[in-house]
Design a binder for this molecule. Structure first.
Ligand code: ATP
Ligand code: MG
Length: 578
């Protein structure tokens, strides 16, 4: 491809609204353009890289025995009503009506459609196992679309669905996908972890997220330094001693303190000059019809999954379980959000084990702009139950082996999930097993965020000058730069090298623009093509060509008659590595 013919508009200025490197660089280097919030065009460079990502995903999925199909993005409400997700999914589901006022949605995921396909055409265990996948645009009206391709409202996903006759088969299908995902993410050159994840409403199921390690990741994960345990903090189990010990501190007098407009622990702790660890946070949830409060230390976060499981085991209805909204908090505490506290609060109060030994702590006073100092259990607060209710963090003891957990930020690029019979039971997708009995299909689903991967790759592979694409995903493998476009020798040498590389099946980009060396180098660095071959009049006079890898500081001078061979050899060795 010739640079002069290719639509690849680069920009020198940082886009105003971009916060993270991948968002900035994908715009500056001419890979994407925003159309609306969370909705992007993939420009030719972006599309080339996305195609490469898709190709690797396809190869590994096919190798794992999955078959590609393509379902429609438009889905009828009827199917979603059968699974009850028409009600459950909430405002993230993009709904619309056709001209006859029939309800439809734009697919955020395809469990209903695929289950419908299977129930009509699969009747016997002999037709199983089946694993079907597609690569397609998905639609989710995210509450906070951000970071460019990272969290879009329209994005490309690979989604696969496995069907088996029994749990044993479903576990096998799951393991095959787990391995395929490792192969895929290895080929992208990611530094990543497969972590145990919350499996939502389906109790006891298996679920793993594939998390690319990056400071800018939206997820927090922990991994054990001693064993192989790794989990999203939403799920991570930790070991905490059930200590009943109270600090041997004498209880101070309960005291109100004026904290004007201080709603967060950070604000109040700075204002009162006390550590966040001296505070107890009060969070209010609604379980079914019942409000409950949970107390965690000021520097901790509550783990909703643990809380929900505890409430369930106490016999509470948790089919609806969520944080109370501002209005509800106001009604229950008689104070605006930010000033809730356990003293005098009329609802069951659960507390995390870490707050049990605390004394003379600080809480909201259920009164505007007011906190309490010197709060103590028994005298001031009655607790229904102390339990492990907080999110894991770095330094905690591993729930599996007691080793030390290390914490990372992660970008979720893949998610695999054992679904069981959630959809097949609701939608009556049944087959006959070996014994001739009719049973619901055992399902698994497996997602990969194709466009999110493009962003995640940039997060892990860039410097202050631009992107550094791994060979496997680069839009072009090598850039050929004639430096003096008026020098016939330079131009014809560049053309010869370009043609030889193209003939060898290599994706080469010839920078045939009438631009100075500075601009050509800057664009090469910004766009992030892995290799450059630079033809300058001075080197050529000595029969030498300048050759540089994007990831190296220094360049080499290579004899003209060996340059094509050299480039091909380097690209092949990259291939062997991926
Ligand atoms: P998240 O927790 O990030 O919202 P999710 O759990 O909703 O992700 P899944 O439903 O498991 O995601 O979707 C499969 C994959 O699709 C995710 O692992 C992620 O890589 C990608 N993905 C999900 N939502 C988005 C989005 N809004 N923009 C881009 N990619 C996304
Ligand atoms: Mg989501």
């Amino acid at each position: 491809m010739r640079y002069s013919k290719m639509f690849m508009p680069t920009r020198r200025e940082d886009p105003a609204d971009a916060e993270i490197a991948s968002h900035k660089l994908l715009i500056k280097a001419g890979f994407i353009r925003q159309v609306a919030r969370g909705i992007y065009t993939l420009l030719p460079l972006g599309q080339r890289s996305v195609r490469r990502i898709e190709r690797i995903v396809r190869e590994e999925m096919d190798k794992a025995g999955a078959q590609e199909l393509l379902m429609p993005a438009i889905q009828p409400a009827e199917l979603w009503k059968e699974s009850n997700r028409w009600n459950e999914y909430g405002p993230e589901l993009m709904r619309f009506q056709d001209r006859k006022q029939s309800d439809f949605c734009l697919g955020p995921t395809h469990e209903e459609v695929i289950t419908d396909i299977l129930r009509n055409d699969v009747t016997s265990y002999k037709q199983l196992p089946i694993n079907l996948y597609q690569i397609q645009s998905k639609f989710r009206d995210e509450i906070r679309p951000r970071f460019g391709l990272m969290r879009g409202r329209e994005f490309i996903m690979k989604d696969a669905y496995s069907f088996d006759v029994d749990i044993e088969g479903a576990n096998k299908s799951y393991d095959i996908m787990y391995k395929a995902y490792e192969a895929i993410f290895d080929r992208f050159g990611f530094e990543y972890r497969a972590v145990e994840a919350d499996s939502g409403n389906i109790g006891g199921s298996r679920s793993h997220e594939f998390q690319v390690l990056a400071e800018t990741g939206e997820d927090e994960i922990v991994s054990c330094q001693s064993c192989d345990y790794a989990a999203n903090v939403e799920k991570a189990e930790i070991q905490i001693a059930k200590s009943e010990i109270k600090n041997e501190v004498e209880a101070g007098t309960l005291e109100e303190v004026y904290t004007p407009k201080m709603k967060t622990i950070a604000e109040v702790s700075t204002f009162l000059e006390r550590k966040p660890e001296d505070f107890v946070k009060t969070l209010i949830y609604l379980a079914g019809e019942q409000f409950i409060a949970v107390l965690v230390r000021g520097d901790h976060n509550a783990n909703e999954l643990k809380l929900k499981n505890l409430l369930k085991s106490d016999g509470m209805d948790t089919t609806e379980f969520r944080m109370a909204n501002d209005v509800e908090v106001g009604k229950m505490t008689k104070a605006p959000v930010g000033f809730a506290g356990p003293v005098g609060l009329k609802m069951p109060i659960y507390a995390d084990l870490s707050v049990a030994p605390m004394a003379n702590f600080i809480v909201g006073a259920n009164k505007k702009d007011t906190h309490f100092l010197n709060v103590n259990f028994e005298r001031d607060v009655e607790i229904s139950e102390f339990a492990d209710l907080r999110e894991a963090k770095g330094g905690d003891a591993c729930g599996k082996c007691g080793g030390v957990l290390e914490s990372f930020r992660g970008i979720e690029v893949g998610h695999i999930f054992y679904l069981g019979t959630k959809y097949s039971a609701a939608m009556k997708a049944r087959v006959q097993n070996k014994e001739g009995e009719s049973c619901p299909l055992e399902m698994g689903c497996y997602g990969i965020g194709i466009t999110r991967i493009l962003a995640a790759v940039v997060e892990q592979n860039h410097d202050e000058k631009g992107i550094m694409w791994p060979m496997a995903i680069a839009p072009f493998q090598v850039m050929i730069q004639p430096l003096q476009m008026k020098n016939e020798d330079v131009v014809s040498t560049a053309e010869t090298i370009y043609k030889a590389l193209k003939d060898a099946g290599i994706d080469a980009l010839l920078d045939d623009r009438n631009q100075g060396a500075g601009t050509k180098f800057k664009d090469f660095e910004l766009i992030g093509i892995p290799l450059r071959v630079t033809i300058g009049a001075r080197g050529l006079a000595e029969g030498k060509i300048e050759y540089k890898k994007r990831t190296d500081e220094a360049f080499e001078m290579i004899p003209l008659d060996g340059i094509v061979e050299h480039v091909i050899c380097d690209i092949k060795s990259f291939k062997l590595n991926t």
